[in-house]
Design a binder for this molecule. Structure first.
Ligand SMILES: Nc1nc2c(ncn2[C@@H]2O[C@H](COP(=O)(O)OP(=O)(O)O)[C@@H](O)[C@H]2O)c(=O)[nH]1
Ligand SMILES: [Mg+2]
Length: 277
Protein backbone atom coordinates (compact mmCIF):
# COMPACT_ATOMS: atom_id res chain seq x y z
CA UNK A 1 0.00 0.00 0.00
CA UNK A 2 1.21 3.52 -0.76
CA UNK A 3 1.59 6.21 1.84
CA UNK A 4 -1.73 7.75 0.82
CA UNK A 5 -3.41 4.61 2.12
CA UNK A 6 -2.07 3.99 5.59
CA UNK A 7 -2.79 0.57 6.97
CA UNK A 8 -6.06 0.45 8.91
CA UNK A 9 -4.33 -1.45 11.66
CA UNK A 10 -1.09 -0.81 13.54
CA UNK A 11 1.32 -3.71 13.97
CA UNK A 12 1.24 -3.42 17.73
CA UNK A 13 -1.19 -1.81 20.17
CA UNK A 14 -0.35 1.69 21.42
CA UNK A 15 -1.95 0.97 24.75
CA UNK A 16 -1.86 -2.28 26.65
CA UNK A 17 -4.97 -4.12 27.72
CA UNK A 18 -4.49 -7.61 29.02
CA UNK A 19 -7.23 -9.72 27.46
CA UNK A 20 -6.67 -12.55 29.90
CA UNK A 21 -7.10 -10.54 33.06
CA UNK A 22 -10.83 -10.14 33.36
CA UNK A 23 -10.89 -11.91 36.73
CA UNK A 24 -7.98 -9.91 38.07
CA UNK A 25 -9.44 -6.51 37.19
CA UNK A 26 -12.80 -7.52 38.63
CA UNK A 27 -11.23 -8.80 41.83
CA UNK A 28 -9.22 -5.60 42.27
CA UNK A 29 -12.36 -3.50 41.94
CA UNK A 30 -14.35 -5.76 44.25
CA UNK A 31 -11.62 -5.61 46.88
CA UNK A 32 -11.04 -1.90 46.47
CA UNK A 33 -11.26 -0.01 49.72
CA UNK A 34 -11.23 3.69 50.32
CA UNK A 35 -8.40 4.93 52.46
CA UNK A 36 -10.22 8.11 53.36
CA UNK A 37 -12.26 8.24 56.58
CA UNK A 38 -14.17 11.35 55.50
CA UNK A 39 -15.59 9.84 52.29
CA UNK A 40 -17.72 6.69 52.22
CA UNK A 41 -17.90 6.31 48.46
CA UNK A 42 -16.44 7.85 45.32
CA UNK A 43 -18.98 9.72 43.23
CA UNK A 44 -18.54 9.66 39.48
CA UNK A 45 -20.55 12.14 37.44
CA UNK A 46 -21.29 11.21 33.85
CA UNK A 47 -22.28 13.86 31.37
CA UNK A 48 -22.81 13.94 27.65
CA UNK A 49 -25.42 14.40 25.01
CA UNK A 50 -28.55 12.30 24.82
CA UNK A 51 -27.77 8.95 23.26
CA UNK A 52 -24.06 9.16 24.12
CA UNK A 53 -24.25 5.92 26.10
CA UNK A 54 -24.24 7.17 29.69
CA UNK A 55 -27.00 4.87 30.91
CA UNK A 56 -25.60 2.02 28.84
CA UNK A 57 -22.23 2.47 30.50
CA UNK A 58 -23.74 2.27 33.99
CA UNK A 59 -25.69 -0.81 32.93
CA UNK A 60 -22.58 -2.32 31.35
CA UNK A 61 -20.61 -1.85 34.58
CA UNK A 62 -23.37 -3.52 36.54
CA UNK A 63 -23.66 -6.29 33.94
CA UNK A 64 -19.92 -6.97 34.10
CA UNK A 65 -20.05 -7.34 37.88
CA UNK A 66 -23.23 -9.44 37.83
CA UNK A 67 -22.18 -11.66 34.92
CA UNK A 68 -25.46 -10.99 33.21
CA UNK A 69 -27.01 -8.19 31.22
CA UNK A 70 -28.87 -5.75 33.44
CA UNK A 71 -30.85 -2.70 32.45
CA UNK A 72 -31.39 -0.62 35.54
CA UNK A 73 -30.44 2.82 34.25
CA UNK A 74 -33.07 3.64 31.64
CA UNK A 75 -31.63 3.44 28.16
CA UNK A 76 -33.08 5.24 25.21
CA UNK A 77 -34.44 2.89 22.58
CA UNK A 78 -34.14 5.58 19.97
CA UNK A 79 -32.26 8.85 19.68
CA UNK A 80 -34.14 12.00 20.45
CA UNK A 81 -35.46 13.08 23.80
CA UNK A 82 -33.31 12.81 26.86
CA UNK A 83 -34.58 9.83 28.83
CA UNK A 84 -32.99 10.73 32.14
CA UNK A 85 -34.42 13.85 33.72
CA UNK A 86 -34.03 13.15 37.40
CA UNK A 87 -30.80 13.22 39.30
CA UNK A 88 -30.11 9.67 40.39
CA UNK A 89 -27.31 7.81 42.06
CA UNK A 90 -26.54 4.31 40.86
CA UNK A 91 -24.86 1.95 43.26
CA UNK A 92 -23.29 -1.23 42.02
CA UNK A 93 -23.83 -4.46 43.93
CA UNK A 94 -20.85 -6.37 45.19
CA UNK A 95 -22.09 -9.94 45.21
CA UNK A 96 -24.66 -10.43 47.91
CA UNK A 97 -22.55 -8.68 50.51
CA UNK A 98 -23.31 -5.06 49.77
CA UNK A 99 -22.34 -2.37 47.31
CA UNK A 100 -19.06 -1.21 45.85
CA UNK A 101 -17.50 1.98 47.26
CA UNK A 102 -18.11 3.95 44.09
CA UNK A 103 -21.35 5.29 42.66
CA UNK A 104 -22.41 6.82 39.37
CA UNK A 105 -24.58 9.80 38.66
CA UNK A 106 -26.25 10.21 35.33
CA UNK A 107 -27.63 13.61 34.39
CA UNK A 108 -29.97 14.70 31.66
CA UNK A 109 -28.37 15.06 28.22
CA UNK A 110 -26.61 18.35 27.57
CA UNK A 111 -27.88 19.08 24.07
CA UNK A 112 -29.89 22.19 23.39
CA UNK A 113 -33.03 21.91 25.49
CA UNK A 114 -31.12 19.60 27.78
CA UNK A 115 -29.54 20.20 31.15
CA UNK A 116 -28.16 23.69 31.82
CA UNK A 117 -24.42 24.06 32.32
CA UNK A 118 -24.94 25.60 35.77
CA UNK A 119 -26.99 22.58 36.82
CA UNK A 120 -24.22 20.14 35.88
CA UNK A 121 -21.83 22.28 37.88
CA UNK A 122 -24.29 22.32 40.81
CA UNK A 123 -24.48 18.53 40.62
CA UNK A 124 -20.69 18.30 40.53
CA UNK A 125 -20.48 20.46 43.64
CA UNK A 126 -23.04 18.32 45.46
CA UNK A 127 -25.84 20.88 45.52
CA UNK A 128 -28.42 18.75 43.70
CA UNK A 129 -30.55 16.48 45.84
CA UNK A 130 -31.37 12.97 44.76
CA UNK A 131 -34.51 12.80 42.63
CA UNK A 132 -34.44 16.41 41.49
CA UNK A 133 -35.99 16.81 38.06
CA UNK A 134 -33.80 19.05 35.92
CA UNK A 135 -35.51 21.93 34.21
CA UNK A 136 -33.85 22.90 30.91
CA UNK A 137 -35.30 26.39 31.23
CA UNK A 138 -34.46 27.25 34.80
CA UNK A 139 -31.43 26.36 36.88
CA UNK A 140 -31.78 24.92 40.36
CA UNK A 141 -31.76 27.89 42.73
CA UNK A 142 -30.49 28.12 46.29
CA UNK A 143 -34.01 28.66 47.59
CA UNK A 144 -35.34 25.44 46.04
CA UNK A 145 -36.04 22.49 48.36
CA UNK A 146 -33.91 20.30 46.12
CA UNK A 147 -30.88 22.52 46.64
CA UNK A 148 -28.41 21.11 49.10
CA UNK A 149 -26.68 24.17 50.49
CA UNK A 150 -24.24 22.26 52.67
CA UNK A 151 -23.07 19.30 50.66
CA UNK A 152 -20.89 16.75 52.39
CA UNK A 153 -17.82 15.33 50.68
CA UNK A 154 -19.95 12.29 49.81
CA UNK A 155 -22.43 14.47 47.94
CA UNK A 156 -19.77 16.03 45.74
CA UNK A 157 -18.48 14.45 42.57
CA UNK A 158 -14.93 13.13 42.71
CA UNK A 159 -14.50 12.53 39.02
CA UNK A 160 -16.16 14.10 36.01
CA UNK A 161 -16.59 11.81 33.05
CA UNK A 162 -17.57 13.20 29.66
CA UNK A 163 -19.23 10.62 27.47
CA UNK A 164 -18.70 11.08 23.75
CA UNK A 165 -19.73 8.61 21.05
CA UNK A 166 -16.85 7.80 18.69
CA UNK A 167 -19.14 7.88 15.69
CA UNK A 168 -20.38 11.44 16.22
CA UNK A 169 -17.27 13.31 17.40
CA UNK A 170 -16.70 14.81 13.96
CA UNK A 171 -20.18 16.28 13.82
CA UNK A 172 -20.79 17.02 17.45
CA UNK A 173 -23.00 19.98 18.18
CA UNK A 174 -21.12 23.17 18.96
CA UNK A 175 -23.40 23.89 21.93
CA UNK A 176 -22.80 20.43 23.41
CA UNK A 177 -19.07 20.89 23.12
CA UNK A 178 -19.25 24.30 24.69
CA UNK A 179 -21.23 23.03 27.67
CA UNK A 180 -18.86 20.13 28.08
CA UNK A 181 -15.80 22.36 27.98
CA UNK A 182 -17.27 24.85 30.46
CA UNK A 183 -17.99 22.05 32.93
CA UNK A 184 -14.59 20.41 32.52
CA UNK A 185 -12.87 23.78 32.90
CA UNK A 186 -14.70 24.20 36.19
CA UNK A 187 -13.71 20.71 37.29
CA UNK A 188 -10.14 21.55 36.39
CA UNK A 189 -10.26 24.76 38.45
CA UNK A 190 -11.40 22.81 41.49
CA UNK A 191 -9.00 19.96 40.88
CA UNK A 192 -11.62 17.32 40.14
CA UNK A 193 -10.21 14.84 37.61
CA UNK A 194 -11.83 14.77 34.19
CA UNK A 195 -11.84 11.65 32.05
CA UNK A 196 -13.50 10.88 28.76
CA UNK A 197 -15.33 7.75 27.77
CA UNK A 198 -15.38 7.42 24.02
CA UNK A 199 -18.30 5.06 23.48
CA UNK A 200 -19.58 3.15 20.47
CA UNK A 201 -16.13 2.18 19.17
CA UNK A 202 -17.88 -0.67 17.36
CA UNK A 203 -19.92 1.84 15.37
CA UNK A 204 -16.86 3.86 14.48
CA UNK A 205 -14.62 1.08 13.20
CA UNK A 206 -15.63 -2.11 11.37
CA UNK A 207 -12.39 -3.83 12.42
CA UNK A 208 -13.25 -3.30 16.06
CA UNK A 209 -16.86 -4.27 15.52
CA UNK A 210 -15.59 -7.58 14.22
CA UNK A 211 -12.91 -8.04 16.85
CA UNK A 212 -12.87 -5.89 19.99
CA UNK A 213 -9.27 -6.83 20.64
CA UNK A 214 -8.36 -4.44 17.84
CA UNK A 215 -9.49 -1.45 19.88
CA UNK A 216 -5.87 -0.34 20.42
CA UNK A 217 -4.52 -1.32 17.04
CA UNK A 218 -7.24 0.32 14.98
CA UNK A 219 -6.04 3.46 13.22
CA UNK A 220 -9.61 4.73 13.07
CA UNK A 221 -10.04 4.55 16.83
CA UNK A 222 -6.77 6.36 17.37
CA UNK A 223 -7.87 9.07 14.93
CA UNK A 224 -11.16 9.42 16.79
CA UNK A 225 -9.31 9.71 20.07
CA UNK A 226 -7.05 12.42 18.67
CA UNK A 227 -10.09 14.27 17.40
CA UNK A 228 -11.73 13.87 20.77
CA UNK A 229 -8.59 15.12 22.49
CA UNK A 230 -8.50 18.23 20.30
CA UNK A 231 -12.16 19.07 20.58
CA UNK A 232 -12.52 18.45 24.29
CA UNK A 233 -9.06 19.76 25.08
CA UNK A 234 -8.12 16.71 27.06
CA UNK A 235 -4.90 14.70 26.88
CA UNK A 236 -4.98 11.34 25.10
CA UNK A 237 -4.19 9.53 28.32
CA UNK A 238 -7.49 10.63 29.82
CA UNK A 239 -9.56 9.16 26.98
CA UNK A 240 -10.91 5.63 27.26
CA UNK A 241 -12.49 4.06 24.21
CA UNK A 242 -15.28 1.66 25.19
CA UNK A 243 -17.90 -0.61 23.80
CA UNK A 244 -21.01 -0.80 25.96
CA UNK A 245 -23.37 -3.71 26.05
CA UNK A 246 -26.05 -2.69 23.59
CA UNK A 247 -27.65 -5.62 21.82
CA UNK A 248 -25.99 -8.55 23.57
CA UNK A 249 -28.11 -10.92 25.63
CA UNK A 250 -25.13 -12.30 27.56
CA UNK A 251 -21.96 -10.75 28.89
CA UNK A 252 -18.55 -11.67 27.48
CA UNK A 253 -14.96 -11.28 28.65
CA UNK A 254 -13.87 -8.77 26.02
CA UNK A 255 -16.56 -6.20 26.73
CA UNK A 256 -16.17 -6.83 30.46
CA UNK A 257 -12.43 -6.14 30.27
CA UNK A 258 -12.91 -2.92 28.30
CA UNK A 259 -15.60 -1.69 30.69
CA UNK A 260 -13.91 -2.77 33.91
CA UNK A 261 -10.54 -1.37 32.98
CA UNK A 262 -12.16 2.00 32.19
CA UNK A 263 -13.84 1.83 35.60
CA UNK A 264 -10.50 1.05 37.21
CA UNK A 265 -8.95 4.20 35.76
CA UNK A 266 -11.93 6.33 36.74
CA UNK A 267 -11.96 4.96 40.27
CA UNK A 268 -8.20 5.46 40.67
CA UNK A 269 -8.48 9.07 39.49
CA UNK A 270 -11.36 9.74 41.89
CA UNK A 271 -9.51 8.05 44.73
CA UNK A 272 -6.37 10.09 44.08
CA UNK A 273 -8.46 13.22 44.21
CA UNK A 274 -10.10 12.47 47.58
CA UNK A 275 -6.81 11.23 49.00
CA UNK A 276 -5.30 14.69 48.68
CA UNK A 277 -8.24 16.75 49.84
N1 LIG B 1 -23.24 -0.21 19.25
C1 LIG B 1 -23.24 0.46 20.42
N2 LIG B 1 -24.37 1.02 20.86
C2 LIG B 1 -24.33 1.68 22.04
C3 LIG B 1 -23.14 1.80 22.81
N3 LIG B 1 -23.44 2.52 23.91
C4 LIG B 1 -24.75 2.83 23.85
N4 LIG B 1 -25.31 2.33 22.71
C5 LIG B 1 -26.70 2.50 22.26
O1 LIG B 1 -26.96 3.89 22.10
C6 LIG B 1 -28.28 4.21 22.50
C7 LIG B 1 -28.28 5.33 23.53
O2 LIG B 1 -27.64 4.88 24.71
P1 LIG B 1 -28.03 5.43 26.16
O3 LIG B 1 -27.21 4.67 27.14
O4 LIG B 1 -29.50 5.43 26.37
O5 LIG B 1 -27.52 6.95 26.07
P2 LIG B 1 -27.69 8.13 27.15
O6 LIG B 1 -28.76 9.02 26.64
O7 LIG B 1 -26.36 8.81 27.17
O8 LIG B 1 -28.01 7.52 28.49
C8 LIG B 1 -28.90 2.91 23.01
O9 LIG B 1 -29.68 2.36 21.98
C9 LIG B 1 -27.69 2.03 23.30
O10 LIG B 1 -27.99 0.65 23.16
C10 LIG B 1 -21.93 1.19 22.30
O11 LIG B 1 -20.84 1.25 22.88
N5 LIG B 1 -22.06 0.54 21.10
MG1 LIG C 1 -29.59 7.96 29.80
Amino acid sequence: MGSSHPKPEFDSPWRQLDWNQRGKIEAQLKDFQLKTPNVSHLRILLCGQVGAGKSSFINSVESAFENQITVRAGEASCAGKSFTKRYRTYKIKNGSSGTLPFVFNDVMGLEQDGILTEDIISAMLGHVKEGYEFNPHKPLAEIDVDYNSQPSLDDKAHCLVSVVPANVISRMDESVMEKMNTVSQRANDIGIPHLILMTKVDEACPLVKEDLKKIYTSRKIKEKMVECSNKIEAPMKSIFPVKNYSEESDTNDLVDIIILSAVEHIVNAAHDYVSYL
